[in-house]
Design a protein around this ligand. Structure first.
Ligand code: NDP
Ligand code: MG
Ligand code: MG
Length: 338
């Protein structure tokens, strides 16, 4: 694996004099458009005029064009609409607008890796995947920092595909934090695994199961909320800043002994076996097929599961406790948009 922390000046100049179209102005789109513009790139935003994010882009000083127009006017087109919306948008609006030697860029490899988008052979297909939500990509850049990025090349029609991806990652601020070269397969499979097993699926089920266990045993829901959800932030921040060692340094000896001796009983051999099963479903394409079909069916299961999650008692007790901590209610840049 090749860590590209040393960048060729020539690579970073690969987008010099080129126009970048950012199609979509949501979580990633807004951050990419603003960061690249502030880095000196010529950025055009591509949006449907009737959508809610159009006004946001205008307020930020862009003059959005329809996606096809933006793509036609650009040398590199970043596909930053939701993954489920990308195949139709690409087929109907972006693909017909591309020229020989154009580049198409993704922030997640799903559609290319699972064959939902197949670009013609004469364009570059690259990935620049920031390892963080869009708000964070923007905030870190504005603070003079950056979010690490994965870059990959699926198709190199011009011989400059990697250089273009590196220049884009640099413009995003990614090179300040480190850019790692990978493949579409590795980025896609590890991203899906991370969000399913650990970051979202794993963490939220762990929190809810802990909360339910305490409440079912007769403890106050408010206390259960503090123990199982609220305090998670402190621990995650310590892990983020300095790994296990920093976390161990700040918790009590009793907490540490409980962690070390009990943790493996929670995340036990069964959980590890389930993780391997999830990974297999991702690698075989079974998860991707399920999700594509779910979208085609109008997302009935997705909506049902989401409603069930939001109806959990932890949401109610959490809302009332957070209302007393006014500083937590500060909207993110993105929420402020809508
Ligand atoms: P969002 O859901 O935030 O994208 C919303 C934007 O897409 C809006 O501007 C919306 O416009 C536009 N849009 C939605 N549907 C369509 C459509 N059919 N035609 C035209 N425009 C449309 O997307 P994300 O930023 O979350 O994701 C973008 C990409 O980035 C994905 O590939 C994702 O996997 C990847 N990614 C996302 C991360 C994240 O933290 N969110 C992290 C890393 C990668 P309108 O206002 O008109 O509805
Ligand atoms: Mg993801
Ligand atoms: Mg532990």
């Amino acid at each position: 694996m090749n860590t590209s922390t040393v960048h060729q000046e020539s690579e970073l100049r690969s987008l010099h004099g080129k126009r970048v179209a950012i199609v979509g102005y949501g979580s990633q789109g807004r951050a990419h458009a603003l960061n690249l513009r502030d880095s000196g790139h010529d950025v055009v935003v591509g949006l449907r005029p009737e959508g809610p994010s159009f006004a946001r882009a205008v307020a930020d000083g862009f003059a959005p064009l329809a996606p096809a127009e933006a793509a036609r006017s650009a040398d590199l087109v970043a596909m930053l609409v939701p993954d489920s919306a990308q195949p139709a948008l690409y087929r109907d609006h972006v693909a017909p607008a591309l020229r020989k030697g154009s580049a198409v860029l993704f922030a997640h490899g799903f559609n290319v890796h699972y064959g939902q988008i197949r670009a013609s052979q004469d364009v570059d297909v690259v990935l620049v995947a920031p390892k963080g939500p869009g708000d964070f990509v923007r905030r870190q850049y504005s603070d003079g920092h950056g979010v690490p990025c994965l870059v990959a090349v699926a198709q190199d029609a011009t011989g400059e595909a990697l250089g273009r991806a590196m220049a884009y990652a640099h413009g995003l601020g990614g090179t300040r934090a480190g850019v790692l070269q990978t493949t579409f397969a590795e980025e896609t499979e590890t991203d899906l695994f991370g969000e399913q097993a650990v970051l979202l699926g794993g963490v939220t089920e762990l929190v809810i199961a802990g909360f339910d266990t305490l409440v079912d045993a007769g403890y106050q829901p408010e206390v259960a909320y503090f123990e199982c959800l609220h305090e998670l932030k402190l621990i995650v921040d310590l892990l983020y800043e300095g790994g296990l060692a920093r976390m161990h340094h700040f918790v009590s000896e009793t907490a540490k002994y409980g962690d070390l001796s009990r943790g493996p009983r929670i995340v036990d051999a069964n959980v590890r076996a389930s993780m391997r099963t999830l990974l297999e479903e991702i690698r075989s394409g079974a998860f991707a097929t399920e999700w594509v079909l779910e979208n085609q069916a109008g997302r009935p299961r997705y909506e049902r599961l989401l409603a069930r999650d939001l109806a959990h008692p932890i949401e109610k007790v959490g809302a009332s406790l957070r209302a007393r901590m006014a500083w937590l209610a500060r909207p993110t840049e993105r929420e402020a948009a809508t």
